[in-house]
Design a protein around this ligand. Structure first.
Ligand SMILES: [Zn+2]
Length: 252
C-alpha cells in the first residue's frame, strides 16, 4: 500500500467528528449575567436547531456513536438555577426534547424553605432548584440529572479528599435522592486533567463534560456555551461540526 494512502487511512480512523454539546446556564432568570438567556430567545434557538435538521439526543446517546442520528446535538444546563425549571423546562417539555441538568449536590435544597442561592459573575445571586422541581423534571422522562461536584470546586486544584467528596459523595447523594444511579458528570469550570479523569472513572461515571476545551473522549467532551444575544450566525457557528484529532489535543 502506498505510504500516503496508509497515512490517510490512519487519519480517517483516528479522527472523529465531534457531536455538538450545547451548554446554557440560566434561561429567563432576569439577571444581568451575560449567560442568562431570555426564555423567548431560548425557544428561538431550539427552533434554529429544528430548522437545521438537528435531532436533540440525550447526553447518554454519545456512548453509542453508531446509533446516533444524522445530525445529533445535545442540550445541557449547568448549576441548576431555578429558572431552568420555571422557564426552560416548559419549553423543552412542549417540544419533547431531552436535556441534561448538571448541578452540585450540596446546592439542592429539600423544599422551598431550604432553597439556596448561587453567586453569578458580578455578585448577583440567583435561586437554585429544589428537590421536588428536579424530581418533577426527571419524571417527565426528558431530563437526565448529572453531577457537577458536591460544592462546585476547581477539581484540578482539589486535594485527594476533596476530589473524593466532589466525585464520589456527590454521585452517591444524587443517586440516592433520584433512586437511580447518576452516571454523568460535568467538571465545574470545565476544570479537569488526567488525574481527575482517572478518579471520575474510578467513581463509576460513564461520561464527563468540560467547557470550551476537551479531548474528545467519553471523559472530556467539549461543550459550547451559549450566551444571551447570540445571533443565528453565532449560534450556527456553535453547532458547526469539527473534526477532533485526539493526539493533537492537549491535556488542559
Ligand atoms: Zn458550574
Amino acid at each position: 500500500m502506498p505510504r500516503t494512502l496508509l497515512i490517510l487511512l490512519l487519519l480517517a480512523t483516528a479522527c472523529r467528528r465531534e457531536v455538538p454539546v450545547l451548554l446554557w446556564h440560566e434561561v429567563g432568570c432576569g439577571t444581568r449575567d451575560p449567560r442568562d438567556v431570555p426564555a423567548d430567545e431560548f425557544d428561538r434557538e431550539l427552533s434554529w436547531l429544528a430548522d437545521d435538521g438537528r435531532t436533540v439526543v440525550p447526553a447518554t446517546a454519545l456512548l453509542e456513536p453508531a446509533k446516533l442520528p444524522r445530525k445529533p446535538v445535545v442540550v445541557t444546563f449547568d448549576d441548576g438555577a431555578a429558572c431552568i425549571y420555571r422557564a426552560a423546562f416548559p419549553i423543552l417539555r412542549r417540544r419533547g426534547l431531552p436535556f441534561t441538568v448538571f448541578l452540585p449536590a450540596s446546592w439542592i435544597g429539600a423544599d422551598e424553605a431550604h432553597r439556596t442561592t448561587q453567586p453569578l459573575g458580578d455578585g448577583e445571586q440567583v435561586p437554585t432548584m429544589i428537590w421536588p422541581e428536579l424530581l418533577e423534571m426527571e419524571k417527565s422522562g426528558l431530563c437526565t440529572v448529572g453531577a457537577h461536584g458536591e460544592t462546585h470546586l476547581y477539581l484540578r486544584r482539589a486535594s485527594e479528599a476533596e476530589l473524593r467528596r466532589e466525585l464520589v459523595d456527590a454521585k452517591a447523594e444524587l443517586s440516592e435522592r433520584l433512586g437511580s444511579p447518576v452516571t454523568l458528570l460535568a467538571y465545574p469550570f470545565g476544570s479537569f486533567n488526567r488525574a481527575v479523569i482517572a478518579e471520575a472513572r474510578k467513581a463509576g461515571y460513564r461520561e464527563a463534560f468540560s467547557v470550551g476545551v476537551g479531548l474528545g473522549g467519553a471523559f472530556a467532551y467539549r461543550r459550547r456555551s451559549i450566551h444571551r444575544g447570540a445571533d443565528r450566525a453565532g449560534f450556527e457557528e456553535a453547532l458547526s461540526d469539527r473534526w477532533i484529532w485526539p493526539l493533537l489535543n492537549h491535556d488542559p
